[in-house]
Design a protein around this ligand. Structure first.
Ligand SMILES: [Zn+2]
Length: 305
């Protein structure tokens, strides 16, 4: 009897160990990317995420526990060096067996150049003025069209490394793409009344959202790397707001409203709070879509009626 129990325990232990070795260990950078990967891995495993909730991807630090998580990963899905420069060195040092998928390096990703200026249209006429237009705006996940492409990249990558579950990944990809298509339709309907609204971005993070949903964003207080605006930039913004007016500021929860007040110069301007990282949502498969539903609600109610 005793021997049977010991044998049974030994078998259980062996099964557990082999299950652990088989487990696909997937790490992601930010919550929206985690959400897309979690949709594809649904029913198989749960990915982990590097960026702490509330931290800015532009200026974060890699915690020791997260550094360890990357070390033991099989696959890392992330946006890329332009978004998270602090991740570049740790990722470059990883064992070559660890698969690294940067969405900024995927040819299927639609990429838009950084707008290194406060008021977009005015500066557009002066393209030869020494601005660097070669740098890509890293906020690529705010295009659901990009996300659709990535779902396929995620599914293919997972299937190569875990062929046993390939059919689950493939079904999950199809379902996730359908979900994004529906979300796109709902979003467009919800913001239909905002076609002529002039938006100003707090930090130039929403170019891809503008692009996918035809929003008119006239400028940004801080540039796409989220650096502090110069005095010159502030003056240009104040001038533009006084002369041409804007209807709504696309703000973000982690930023102070002092700059907004300073830029609006006492004019009361409606504010839509857009959280490009989905911080207040539970990490997981539903976060990406829930985050966009919030954007649509905020944008729909911001500006003149
Ligand atoms: Zn940003």
């Amino acid at each position: 009897m005793k021997n049977t129990i010991i044998t049974a325990m030994a078998i259980m232990l062996a099964t557990q160990i082999s299950a652990r070795a088989d487990q696909l260990n997937v790490v992601t950078d930010i919550a929206p990317v985690h959400s897309l990967v979690a949709q594809v891995m649904d029913g198989v495993e749960t990915p982990s995420v590097i960026l702490e909730p509330g931290a800015s991807p532009h200026h974060a630090n890699l915690r020791p526990s997260k550094a360890a998580a990357i070390q033991s990963a099989d696959i890392v899905f992330y946006i890329g060096d332009a978004l998270t420069p602090w991740l570049s060195a740790p990722l470059a040092k990883l064992n070559t067996e660890i698969v690294k998928v940067s969405f900024l390096n995927q040819s299927v990703t639609t990429q838009l150049a950084n707008r290194d200026f406060a008021i977009f249209e005015e500066e557009h006429h002066e393209h030869d003025d020494g601005h660097d237009h070669g740098v890509i705006d890293p906020h690529v996940w705010l295009s659901p069209k990009n996300a659709q492409q990535w779902l396929m990249v995620i599914g293919d990558t997972l299937s190569v490394h875990d062929p046993e579950n390939a059919s689950i990944y493939s079904q999950n990809v199809s379902r996730a793409i359908e979900g994004l298509e529906k979300m796109h339709t709902d979003f467009s309907q919800k913001i239909a009344s905002r076609k002529d609204t002039k938006f100003l971005a707090y930090h130039d993070a929403f170019q891809y959202l503008e692009h996918d949903f035809n929003l008119t964003v006239v400028g940004a207080i801080s540039s796409s790397d989220a650096s502090r605006p110069s005095a010159k930039r502030m003056i240009a913004l104040q001038k533009h707001i006084t002369e041409q007016g804007i209807d709504c500021i696309l703000s973000e929860p982690q930023f102070s409203e002092k700059l907004i007040q300073s830029v609006s110069g006492g004019n009361k301007i409606a504010i839509a709070e857009i959280d490009p990282l989905g911080t207040k949502h539970t990490l997981g498969p539903n976060l990406y879509t829930a985050m966009f539903a919030d954007f649509a609600n905020e944008i729909a109610k911001c500006g003149v009626e």
